[in-house]
Structure formats: structure tokens, C-alpha cells
Design a protein around this ligand. Sequence first.
Ligand SMILES: [Zn+2]
Length: 136
Amino acid sequence: MDVQQTIIDALKQAGINATAQRIAVGRYVLLEADHPTADEVKAAVDKVFPKISMATIYNTLHTLEKAGILRAVKLPHTGRVVYDRNMEPHYHMIDEESGTLTDLEAQRVKLQHELDKEYDIHEVEIFFRGVRKTDQ
Ligand SMILES: [Zn+2]
């Protein structure tokens, strides 16, 4: 997948000019970062485009989200929103010491429920909290 072209196509499809700034936002989230917040995206893109506005950051992230290229994940309790390029079904481990978010493949978690009769379930979000064992 040519990430740059995917970003350009998604922006164009949304009727937004694929400026170098917006492409930089997309490239950072899709190629370099790991679950960044919008502020972290701004800090990274600021190094190349010091005048990029927070509105441009949010608009670009929102456009890429609507195009199905990334998704916004709202973390429990803090309400912090991070941007996730992993579009495969997965859950998250929050490290209580470092605060880092690690992807857990869906097949590593066995989830049982009896809700299908009552609900059409579209998505399941699970956050594990813990610390990595030092002998691992
Ligand atoms: Zn993730």
C-alpha cells in the first residue's frame, strides 16, 4: 500500500486539498507514530510545518477516520483520544507505569457473551490495565 497516495485519495474524496501539511499529518499517524494524541501529532508535524493549526490537525485526522484509514480510540477514565492505524480487530493493554498503549490481537482474548439475542453488536472495546512482568 502506498500510504502517501492513500492519504491523498482520502483527502481528495472528502473534497479537501491534499496539502503537504495534511499529508504530513497522515504520514505521521500511519507510518511513524503509535497511538498518538492530536497534541502529539501537532508536536511532530510542527517540526516541519511550524504554522500548522490544531484545526488542520483535527480536520485531517477526522477525514482519514471517515475514510476508514485510521480510527479514534477514546481511553477509559481519562477520556484521552488517541489515533490508531491498526484497523484489524484488536484490544489494548494500558501499561500502568509507562502509560503506553499496546495492541493485543483479538485472538489472544477469549470473549464470551450472551448478548446476540438482544443486541446487534458492532464493536467491542476492551482495555486491559497492568504492568509488564520484569522476567518476560
Ligand atoms: Zn490499537
